[in-house]
Design a protein around this ligand. Structure first.
Ligand SMILES: [Zn+2]
Length: 328
């Protein structure tokens, strides 16, 4: 078992990800060759803010079950609560469910309160249409919020203490010097570097930190124009979410088909899209194999890009640039 029992979080701005290393309830094989519960560490890349989004948007009871087993296991539960879970028979799912439900009943009130507080703050700082706040950034709005509300009611704001340290992330000792240099030069790959790590020893601090990332716009929290639900996106122009809405169509696809682009037939980006599409389709039919794979890939990614172009999430230049990269 490692010294630090908390969560380590690193913000990867290039990939719009948070990489989280956390202890969780898992299985291990004991001396008798049987499974038993144990605490294990995992490292996982997440979309920035996703834990907070789940917390405010989904059914708290469902969400709480994963909180107790994952991010909250070492950072929320008491020693006794952890011991009880670890001592359960790992084949008995019913007992686990009962135990998690018991925990939910204990933490329910706190969770409901934090959920309400977070939604209040996000609504004020991001979705509030007050004219006076118009030109302020979300984080500036938070300043107004903190100074014009009874802040004692917002205990989530007190979960703002973190240790920060620098860590050399991945071990590169097995790589050649040339390989190390090339890896570091690759802008897309900043997993290999010194990282500023937040050390989190309380689940509510994790929620606060994700809220802070959202308010300083490391990622955008939006309300879908079709279904009205919150969603996260790295592109501030996006207005529809990617959840399935009806008959296998996402809100974004529904949104894109509602958008009417005048003179689409004479649009050169759209014409290029159709040209590339037809070329790939013909190659897939006549040659099959890898051409078919490429065609299927383009069908999906291309439709996505076309929708993004229709919805003005990307510019004409960006769409054409992407198409030119995918002509073969
Ligand atoms: Zn939606």
């Amino acid at each position: 078992m490692e010294e630090n029992k908390g969560i380590e979080l690193y913000l990867n701005k290039t990939l719009h990800e948070e990489q989280i290393k956390f202890p969780m309830l898992d299985f291990e094989i004991n001396a008798d060759g049987d499974y038993q519960y144990a605490v294990k560490y995992y490292e996982q890349p997440n979309k920035i803010g996703i834990i907070l989004l789940d917390f405010i948007q989904n059914d708290l009871k469902d969400v709480s079950f994963s909180i107790f087993r994952f991010y909250g296991f070492n950072t929320l539960l008491t020693d006794n609560e952890r011991k009880e879970l670890l001592a359960l028979d790992s084949h008995d799912n019913k007992k686990l469910a009962n135990n998690l439900e018991k925990l939910y009943n204990k933490y329910k009130k706190d969770f409901e309160s934090y959920k309400r507080q977070i939604i209040d703050i996000l609504e004020y700082c991001i979705f509030n249409e007050d004219e006076n706040l118009k030109d302020l950034t979300p984080l500036q709005r938070l300043v107004v919020f903190c100074n014009s509300n009874d802040i004692e009611k917002y205990s989530i704001l007190k979960h703002n203490h973190f240790n920060k340290f620098l860590k050399l992330n991945k071990d590169m000792t097995k790589m050649s010097k040339k390989n190390i240099i090339n890896t570091l030069k690759d802008k897309e790959n900043n997993r290999y570097s010194f990282q500023e790590i937040y050390e989190i020893d309380n689940f509510y601090n994790l929620l606060f930190l994700e809220m802070y990332f959202i308010l300083k716009e490391d990622i955008y929290l939006k309300k879908c124009k079709n279904c009205g639900k919150y969603f996260l996106t790295s592109n501030s122009a996006v207005i529809y979410c990617d959840n399935i809405f009806e008959s296998n169509k996402t809100c974004r696809e529904i949104g894109a088909s509602k958008v009417f682009i005048k003179n689409l037939e004479t649009d050169d980006a759209y014409n290029l899209y159709r040209k590339v599409y037809k070329k790939k389709q013909a190659l897939a039919k006549s040659k099959g194999g890898s051409y078919e794979i490429k065609y299927n890939l383009f069908k999906n990614q291309g439709r996505d890009k076309k929708n993004a172009y229709k919805l003005k999430e990307i510019t004409k230049e960006e769409f054409i640039k992407w198409l030119n990269k995918h002509t073969n």
